[in-house]
Design a protein around this ligand. Structure first.
Ligand code: ZN
Length: 436
């Protein structure tokens, strides 16, 4: 098959492809980030119907307890004897937090200066649309493939439920292949690695007491008046050494950790994949329950982003040792130790796909064939469902149109129209080479 035929098909159908993306964005599929907080059903039902009407085999199932969050896999069947391929994307999008900052309606896509606006444009209905139309171009042009293509349109990515009810459930259902591409936005670079992420929670106990007694809690008292811990304990004050500790660990880990390729240590070498740093972020600091009391406890929730290749267990161990050390030097905390829970809420392991994977040079060739320049091999600075595919021993790289910096998880999200069409051509070209 002459790839130019496929590329022409995509150019000729550009208006239809962009019209499809507009409709896709126009059906809100917000995931509020909490467990069971995704409203993907309407958009997923629409996808299954329209892809079915295109003539694809459609598999639709739910893995959530309520049975209201369907995953959709669109299958382009091969004749046998070739490589199978997984293309993976998610249909859920993050909420609109500050509607006043949007210049356009986030649910009505508009094009200006070659940029298509709307929630999910880059993350990642644009990438999904490109993959859908790559398959449609191949099918309508009568291309006969040997391997199967499984295009997965999943739920729950934004709340880390890909591990349970989304992407991982597709692998468990039998969708396996020797290579996978996740269409998250990378400006059409090939991202072969991602950072890892986990959260930990430290609950620091205090002792609530009427605020009028604060003087007795904080200062020595005359005339044998009771003072200190027997009266009350300010949990915020007890938290400060831990807050300071986590700040210092963030600095120390970056200074200590070095990698000849990825940098670290204040980047003595260029941070090639953008994933060679640690960050320790105070995500939630909560405490106090009443205006007239000393805070009786504090809850500190931190996220830790770490370079792939670092064992999270070694990080957990160090945090635990440091917390214990501080607690052991404090009279109150020695007998009322803080509670450290780790990992909690969400955990995403970093991954790195070997550059020797045979899919990578083929993908490079497809990118060069379409973009007319060498493909950039880099790393994903965030986390995504590629983690859960790699966890199940299927090498998954990330390559998609748009960028995390184009308003993703913020306001005025957009995607360059040109990149959507380029992505469709790259996927179609790769499928021809890979599936045979
Ligand atoms: Zn995403």
């Amino acid at each position: 098959m002459n790839k130019d035929t496929i590329f022409s098909y995509i150019d000729e159908h550009a208006d239809e492809i962009i019209g499809f993306l507009k409709k896709y964005i126009g059906i809100p599929s917000v995931n509020n980030g909490q467990q069971n907080g995704g409203e993907e059903k309407e958009v997923q039902d629409w996808l299954a119907d329209i892809l079915g009407s295109f003539g694809f085999f459609i598999d639709k199932w739910t893995a959530d307890a309520g049975g209201i969050r369907p995953n959709v896999v669109c299958v382009l069947k091969g004749g046998g004897g070739g490589n199978d391929l997984i293309l993976n994307g998610h249909s859920d999008v993050v909420p609109i937090n500050e509607p006043g900052k949007w210049k356009t309606n986030p649910w009505i896509a508009e094009i200006s200066d070659g940029r298509l606006s709307g929630r999910g444009a880059s993350d990642m209905k644009g990438g999904n649309t490109a993959a859908i139309w790559a398959l449609k171009a191949l099918k309508d042009s009568g291309v006969k493939l040997k391997g199967n293509v499984y295009l997965e349109l999943m739920v729950g990515e934004e709340s880390c439920e890909g591990r349970t009810i989304g992407t991982a459930s597709a692998v468990d259902r039998g969708y396996k292949a020797p290579f996978a591409i996740v269409m998250e936005p990378t400006n059409l670079e090939i991202h072969t690695a991602s950072v890892g992420l986990f959260f930990f929670e430290l609950i620091v106990p205090g002792k609530a007491v009427h605020v009028s007694s604060r003087n007795q809690v904080v200062f020595p008292q005359p005339f044998g008046l009771e003072a200190g811990y027997t009266v009350g304990v300010d949990a915020l004050k007890k938290s400060l050494p831990f807050i300071d500790l986590f700040e210092r660990l963030e600095i120390q880990w970056n200074q200590r950790w070095r990698d000849p390729v990825l940098g670290g240590g204040g980047h003595p070498v260029s941070d090639k994949q953008g994933v060679g740093i640690f960050t320790v972020n105070p995500a939630l600091i909560e405490g106090g329950t009443y205006l007239g009391s000393l805070p009786g406890s504090m809850r500190l929730v931190y996220s830790v982003w770490y370079p792939t290749g670092t064992a999270p267990q070694s990080i957990w161990e160090e945090i635990r040792e440091c917390v214990d050390a501080i607690a052991s030097t404090d009279d109150w905390l020695k007998t009322n130790p803080p509670v450290l829970n780790m990992p909690v809420l969400q955990e995403w392991k970093g991954f790195r796909v070997a550059e020797s994977e045979p899919g990578i040079p083929l993908l490079r060739d497809s990118i060069k064939g379409v973009l007319k320049h060498d493909a950039v091999i880099s790393g994903f600075k965030a986390v995504c469902d590629a983690t859960f595919i790699n966890e199940r021993n299927i090498p998954a790289v990330i390559c998609g149109p748009g960028s995390l910096s184009y308003g993703v998880h913020g306001d005025n999200e957009y995607i360059p129209v040109k990149e959507v069409l380029e992505a469709a051509k790259i996927y179609a070209s790769f499928i021809i080479d890979w599936c045979g």
